[in-house]
Write a protein that binds this ligand. Structure first.
Ligand SMILES: [Zn+2]
Length: 103
């Protein structure tokens, strides 16, 4: 996406890419960062920084009627009342939220 955006703007230089990463995205932050430089070179984004914002898992508890942070990925239950929860509101993100572009 960053590559496209850069191309759209007449190959403006991308300084930084801001990414939201949830624990359920299936991507490890360290792996992402270590492959970043290589990916940048291939995409014409050499020198761009990758800023990863890790977001916590939020689930919806039907018993409390509230969204709750999930303390552990091994235990999908409400931390307040112990009700098993299945509705994940947040935590699957692998999403570019912003680009810092040098005009
Ligand atoms: Zn609850």
């Amino acid at each position: 996406m960053a590559e496209e955006e850069s191309a759209n703007r007449g190959h403006a230089h991308v300084n930084a890419v801001y990414l939201k990463l949830g624990p359920l995205a299936g991507v490890v932050k360290e792996a992402l960062l270590s492959s970043w430089e290589l990916a940048c070179e291939g995409a014409g984004l050499t020198g761009a920084r990758l800023v990863v914002e890790e977001v916590p898992i939020l689930v919806y508890c039907p018993r409390c009627g509230e969204s709750r942070p999930l303390p552990s990925m091994q235990w999908f239950a409400c931390p307040e009342c112990g009700q098993p929860v299945s509705e994940v509101l947040q935590g699957r993100e692998l999403q570019v939220t912003a680009l810092e572009i040098q005009e």
